[in-house]
Design a binder for this molecule. Structure first.
Ligand SMILES: NC(=O)N[C@@H](CC(=O)O)C(=O)O
Ligand SMILES: [Zn+2]
Ligand SMILES: [Zn+2]
Length: 452
């Protein structure tokens, strides 16, 4: 059984050009508007008037929580949240239980993603055994497993030991992998609760100083230069970090960096509410930092936007600030936040959004079979987004298991109307397709790929 064909009518590409798109056998073909032929005849028609066609978004930094923390998220619910946000690929962070530090666990995560079918799930491997920061994990075994891991990270924890960081960079270099660092000096941030500054003193919360991030990034870019390996910096949050990365790039160091939607929009002032939905690692910073991150994205110092989607159960967010967990969900809101922070402010165009949320993250993660161009025969992974609408971001926009979104109740622009993964819909008319249907479509796609 193969999946049905679709004819998307009147979509607008990021270039501003209008086109129809024929989706057939998991591939897409742009067709000139109003040309019907024998191929388009049996296709299901979708009216895409006013919708921007973006290549399937790629998130280099997602916490799917499975195995081990299924009360917060599973591979299925997290990839469903991804689809709701216009994503067709996600890289799953390794801080699961057991930790994704062996070939067995990464292959399990990948297989769960394949079966669910909402998005391509590429596991990230832990750099150190159990994220303990003491000895290197089976990096080679994960790289050469069926999951073909290319991104390695101890995210949640910083690889603090300089020698281990050096060895990790040397190791991933042998297969063109990358180390994604969570830059946080542990000694400078013991018990830290929010950005360090006047506000943390006023609120009586222990501060997380900018230098704790910047000093690790400075060390790591020098190590990356020394080794000649690829370094990626997770969730850059301070103006000083942008400066360090700009300097490193000007020196020819091969470093890439991400900013999260929340660090591009929100500031530490929200902590005044003591609402733990705003508690995140690294913490929300100052206006100047938000400005510097936006400018860094605009000039290419920051390469990509990555969500750091970090689901947590309600209990762990309803406790008092000090006891609450760090992290916020971000997949479903990413495009709307990017629009409000970057497009509506005139800093980025839709073509730039396609670059920072699809092309570049796919390149950094060495995602196979990815195309960000709408060219004949490209894999049919794309999303159709309505930038002209504006609405209250409420619970029905969330498609994952957890509701720790900082945007609930805010008015945000835009809405994902359709997402296609491997040529079948995961979001149709603004509604996420049910899991059983998506799993069946994924199975049909897989069968077509093996036999067709
Ligand atoms: N960002 C967070 O605040 N939390 C992440 C870990 C991380 O990304 O460092 C989590 O796993 O919950
Ligand atoms: Zn992190
Ligand atoms: Zn993270």
């Amino acid at each position: 059984m193969s999946n049905p064909s679709y004819l998307i009518v009147g979509a607008t590409l990021v270039s501003g050009e209008r086109t129809d798109l024929l989706v057939q056998d998991a591939r897409l073909t742009p067709v000139a508007p109003n040309t019907s032929n024998s191929n388009t005849a049996g296709a299901i028609r979708i009216d895409a008037e006013g919708l921007v066609a973006l290549p399937g978004l790629v998130d280099l930094h997602t916490h799917l929580r499975e195995p081990g923390f299924e009360q917060s998220e599973t591979v299925l619910t997290g990839s469903r949240a991804a689809a709701a946000g216009g994503f067709t690929s996600v890289f799953a962070m390794a801080n699961t239980m057991p930790v994704s530090d062996t070939a067995g666990v990464v292959e399990q995560v990948m297989a769960l993603g394949d079966d669910a079918g909402f998005a391509t799930v590429r596991p990230i491997g832990a750099v150190t055994v159990g994220l303990a920061g003491e000895r290197l994990s089976e990096i080679g075994a994960m790289a050469h497993s069926r999951a073909q891991v290319r991104v390695f990270s101890d995210d949640g924890k910083c690889i603090h030991d300089s020698l281990l960081m050096r060895r990790a960079l040397e190791y991933v270099k042998t297969f063109d992998g990358v180390v994604a660092q969570h830059a946080q000096d542990p000694r400078l941030t013991e018990n830290a609760q929010m950005n360090e500054g006047a506000l943390s003193s006023e609120l009586g919360l222990k501060g997380w100083p900018a230098v704790a991030e910047e000093s690790i990034i400075a060390r790591d870019v020098l190590l990356a230069e020394h080794v000649g390996a690829r370094l990626h910096v997770c969730h850059v949050s301070t103006a000083g970090s942008v400066e360090v990365i700009r300097w490193a790039k000007s020196r020819g160091i091969v470093v890439t960096a991400e900013a999260t939607p929340h660090h591009l929009l929100l500031t530490e002032d929200l902590v005044r509410s003591y609402d733990a939905r705003y508690k995140v690692n690294p913490p929300l910073r100052r206006d100047e930092d938000v400005e510097a991150l936006r400018a860094g994205l605009a000039d290419g110092t920051i390469d990509i936007i990555a969500t750091d989607h970090a689901p947590h159960p309600t209990e762990s967010k309803e406790s008092e600030w000090d006891a609450a967990s760090f992290g916020m969900v971000g997949l479903e809101s990413a495009l709307s936040v990017a629009q409000t922070a970057l497009v509506d402010t005139g800093l980025l165009q839709w073509a730039d959004i396609a670059r920072v949320l699809s092309q570049k993250p796919a390149e950094i993660g060495r995602l196979a079979d990815h195309s960000h161009a709408f060219e004949p025969g490209a894999p049919a992974n794309f999303t159709l987004y309505d930038p002209s609408s504006s609405s209250t971001f409420d619970l029905d926009r969330l498609a994952g298991k957890s509701t720790n979104s900082p945007y609930l109740g805010l008015t945000l622009p835009g809405r994902v109307q359709y997402t296609f993964h491997h040529g079948y819909p995961t979001v149709l008319g603004g509604t996420v397709v049910d899991s059983t249907t998506v799993a069946a479509s994924a199975a049909a796609w897989k069968a077509g790929r093996t036999h067709g």
